[in-house]
Ligand binder design. Sequence first.
Ligand code: GUN
Length: 286
Amino acid sequence: MTNIIDGNRIAQEIRNEIKAKTERLKLDTAGIVPGLAVMLVGDDPASKIYVKRKENACNEVGFYSREYKFPADTDEKTVLATIDALNQDAAIHGILVQLPLPGHINPAHIIEAIDPAKDVDGFHPVNIGRLLTGQTCHMACTPKGIMELLDRSGIKIEGKEAVIVGRSNIVGKPLFLMLLARNATVTVCHTKTKDLAEVTRRADILIAAAGKAEMIRGDMVREGAVVIDVGINRLGDGRLVGDVAFAEVSPRSSHITPVPGGVGPMTIAMLLGNTLNAAMVGAQTD
Ligand code: GUN
């Protein structure tokens, strides 16, 4: 029997927990409300949808949120000046700059300008370095959400063969570190991997994060594997599919995430969690 991992249900459960903790924080600190600033440069339609979802999620759990929208031709200096102001702003505990940015803006300059304590995306080199060395830090939301899905579905990680397809800074690389920290044996595959199917067939836990529609076929998956699909791809006929060919792979897997409704909702839930943590740490040191 295949278990379909319900990301919508698990993310809702986490948002409920965050809402309760937010109310508690407000009472315990005489009024601290977690604050998230979201910045969007340009008008990429997918990014606009994500930013709207983040705002709605903030409202649901009782956070304060602020949105900054800049036209696509905004120069880097203007974005950096806004980040600088938000770094100093006591009402803001988390700063998120929606990626991708227009080509004339260097994302490394933007990410490195954010105070690591407010970098709720976990993209700043300080947070990545802390993750690498096993220190407390903000962790990137999508891979953190995957770890949470595995844990809340009762899937053991220690000693397992985990195979990640995709090596992005946002998903593949930080997920590698998180799985390794939990004592999995982790392999990261990419476009130059010689025999991809041979590697993916070794996986007890297979994570597809390559951004290529339905590239993981049935014969690439070991019987009984846990399959996590990070992909969101729009096909020519308008259908939304993951990086996993769901109809072929699901009968072989013990657990699988659907698209949509798997990993996607977890990313925003983790963003809220990181923002709450930032506010709680701030409350201890203020
Ligand atoms: N674009 C796609 N995913 C993400 C994310 O997790 N954070 C930000 N800032 N931009 C993204």
